[in-house]
Design a protein around this ligand. Structure first.
Ligand SMILES: [Zn+2]
Length: 255
């Protein structure tokens, strides 16, 4: 299958116009898109593992969720990522990142997570970029955490809630989504919604405490479901292409 047939299809589903201003979704490396590829790799992060595997398997197209940020003035591109990008270029691999184009679409990350959890009345929260949905019945925070572990294979969960508090509604903003929730903290402090996101920093927990809002930090590994979802989408549309989802869970452990 021609590389561009696949990239055009994905960019039609998840147009670059949907991405956030700060994001760098799009092509990190764009080779000859008229070339054929038999294999496509889909991953959450661009790292040595995913790129080495793509090279080994002769995949000429890699689709990732997270991009490598190259234009961010606050963070200089690390020497590691510089080497990784030159490795990608040398191997003539086209790399497309869908990050917030996927997240902001109506079949995107937060809906995918909510659907996997079998939430009811799943919808965007009014005027915000996170979704809310209900469980069939109220669950304790402990049960909700167990459900996330079982459904998504996440392990390092942190919360400010009491394990036995019950919630029937959750708000989901995968990735580092606390700033998205923060725009609605005034409203959320009056509602009984447990927030689910990743990357909550010290001051974020303080804000949550001030507003008396409960949250669970599930990390970014929650977003690994992106890979299997996109791989199955590509396989469905292009049955002759072998599309592999690579799971790159983090290696950090609790001690
Ligand atoms: Zn993320």
């Amino acid at each position: 299958m021609k590389i561009k047939s696949i990239t055009n299809y994905l960019l039609k589903q998840y147009p670059l116009s949907l991405q956030e201003e700060w994001d760098e979704s799009g092509f990190l490396n764009k080779c000859d898109l008229t070339k054929e590829t038999k294999k496509v790799f889909v991953c959450l992060d661009l790292n040595e593992k995913t790129i080495d595997e793509a090279i080994k398997q002769d995949a000429k197209l890699v689709i990732s969720h997270h991009p490598i940020f190259t234009k961010n003035k606050d963070h200089e591109l690390s020497s590691f990522n510089r080497k990784l990008i030159s490795k990608i270029k040398k191997a003539k691999i086209t790399v497309l990142s869908l990050h917030t184009c996927f997240d902001n679409s109506n079949q995107g990350m937060n809906f995918l997570i909510g659907t996997k959890l079998k939430l009811r009345n799943l919808k965007w929260y009014k005027g915000a970029k996170f979704v809310v949905g209900n469980f069939a019945q109220a669950l304790t925070v402990k049960q909700i955490a167990a459900l996330f572990k079982k459904t998504f294979g996440v392990s390092l969960l942190t919360t400010n809630a009491n394990a036995n508090d019950k919630y029937s509604t959750i708000g989901i903003c995968a990735g580092a989504g606390l700033s998205v929730f923060a725009e609605k903290f005034d409203e959320l402090s009056k509602k009984n919604i447990l927030l689910i996101t990743g990357d909550i920093k010290h001051h974020g927990w303080q804000d949550l405490a001030n507003y008396k809002i409960d949250a669970i930090d599930v990390g970014h590994d929650l977003e690994n479901c992106f890979s299997a979802f996109i791989a199955s989408l590509v396989k469905q549309k292009f049955p002759t292409t072998s599309c592999l989802a690579i799971t790159t869970c983090k290696k950090e452990k609790s001690i």
